[in-house]
Design a protein around this ligand. Structure first.
Ligand code: TXA
Ligand code: MG
Length: 317
């Protein structure tokens, strides 16, 4: 199967309605989408990504009104967060309704609902009858894509079409939240930070790990979001023999040798947008090692440190 890349919305629509897979641009990372109401199409997502079926998919909608039939309960506090942050990089985990197949939820009784802000994708979602089930458009465990070229690099000949919406604006996956004892909890850090959520609530939402919640999220799997080249959090030492690239948040005059700067002004928002692209670029250089400076552990820095420590975990055992 040839994989085409383009901006043809009608083609994307036709393919999805015929049960084919299309990679879609979102404001976070590129997704790999199928008609959520077509079981065969949903099944082919798992095949194309080599993803275990126990790992649930999230559903994408244009509006909350479209999403409500897919949940048996959308709590009031989520309505408030929806009004504050959507469309945007926030995924709500809620009880599913009978419209949602257990293939999508990995057998669980809850489903993730998301309302992306990317304009081309919003047009597509408005034209479709069904929601789109879509994980990130990478092979399981590998780096998430933030450009159409990144998707092509991993899924070439596995899918028919990549809808090219340009580089993703946020560059990090959505924040996933749920409700636990009537309190909002975070399952995965992402574009909407804990600090931003706390401004809307009168408390700071707690982080729930897989063990505590009994829920499987790839954001909770220890090895994930990984490069092919061994990756480490920290700084390379000056006198090592191995070839290594250093990635830093901002300019740093003490670094010698190959060096990638994520934001000339040292801004976390810009660094988040560039992080995956920098890791893709670093991987393509075929060096022995990649070092990434740990980010300040606040706001988006938390989400980035989380992804990097999962990537690094693959190489530390
Ligand atoms: O920004 C994003 O969220 C991107 C774009 C494409 O929308 N999507 C994305 O999907 O990152 P994925 O599948 O790579 O990560 C979604 C995570 C998965 O780790 C999955 O386990 C978790 O969401 N998830 C899905 N349904 C869930 C549920 N009912 N309860 C808990 N976690 C869930
Ligand atoms: Mg993913």
């Amino acid at each position: 199967m040839q994989t085409a890349v383009g901006t043809d919305l009608q083609l994307a629509l036709n393919l999805l309605e015929r049960g084919q897979l299309v990679s879609i641009p979102t404001e976070t990372v590129y997704g790999l989408a199928a008609d959520a109401n077509n079981e065969d199409a949903v099944l082919s997502i798992f095949k194309a990504k080599d993803r275990p079926k126990s790992n649930p998919l999230i559903l994408h909608f244009a509006t909350l009104e479209q999403a409500l039939p897919y949940t048996s309960e959308f709590p009031e506090v989520f309505e408030q967060l929806y009004a504050a942050f959507c469309p945007g990089p926030l995924t709500f985990v809620v009880p599913k309704s009978s419209l949602v197949s257990t293939l999508i939820t990995g057998g669980q009784s809850t489903v993730g609902l998301r309302f992306p802000a990317q304009p081309l994708l919003q047009q597509l979602l408005e034209l479709l009858e069904s929601p789109l089930a879509a994980p990130s458009a990478n092979l399981y465990g590998q780096l998430s894509p933030t450009t159409a070229q990144h998707v092509l690099g991993q899924l070439n000949e596995r899918i028919p079409y990549i809808l090219d919406g340009g580089p993703c604006l946020h560059g990090l996956e959505s924040t996933i939240i749920g409700l636990d004892n009537d309190q909002v909890v975070i399952y995965r850090h992402g574009g909407i930070t804990a600090e931003m959520l706390a401004e809307q609530l009168d408390y700071t939402p707690q982080i729930k790990t897989q063990k505590e919640s009994g829920v499987l999220t790839s954001g909770m799997v220890k090895h994930h979001y990984a490069t092919q080249t061994p990756l480490f959090l920290g700084f390379k030492s000056g006198e090592q023999e191995k070839s290594a690239l250093q990635i830093t948040l901002g300019p740093n005059e003490q670094i010698s040798g190959p060096h990638l700067i994520l934001s000339q002004e040292g801004l976390l928002l810009e660094a988040a947008r560039h992080l995956y692209a920098a890791l893709h670029e670093a991987d393509a250089m075929q060096l022995d090692q990649i070092y990434v400076e740990p980010f300040p552990n606040v706001g988006l820095g938390k989400a980035m440190n989380d992804r990097l420590s999962r990537a690094a975990a693959k190489f530390s055992e």
